[in-house]
Design a protein around this ligand. Sequence first.
Ligand SMILES: [Zn+2]
Length: 110
Amino acid sequence: MDARERRLAENEVLFREVNERVSTLSDRFGPDVPYEFLCECANADCTFRITLATAEYESVRADAKQFVVLPMHYTPEVETLIVEHDTHWIVRKTGETGEYVEELDPRSRS
Ligand SMILES: [Zn+2]
């Protein structure tokens, strides 16, 4: 993993940590209530939001290497495309970058 790949992965981890707080809040309102999550793409300047039911977000987060991004907000150098939905895509980190983001996952720290 080079410095650029690491930086791209860190951007996504940062967005995920914000979403993690949104997800915790929404636990109070139930799994089917839609929330606006931040796009978790590698572009640090991206401020787009993705409306997802908490349960859908949780299913992405069940795998520490997966991230939710807007369609086309995908960085092939650091991730592979898993699923294309109309409103969002699910990407997964592979190789060293995958291990790195897994280490940074707040849920695997505990
Ligand atoms: Zn984005």
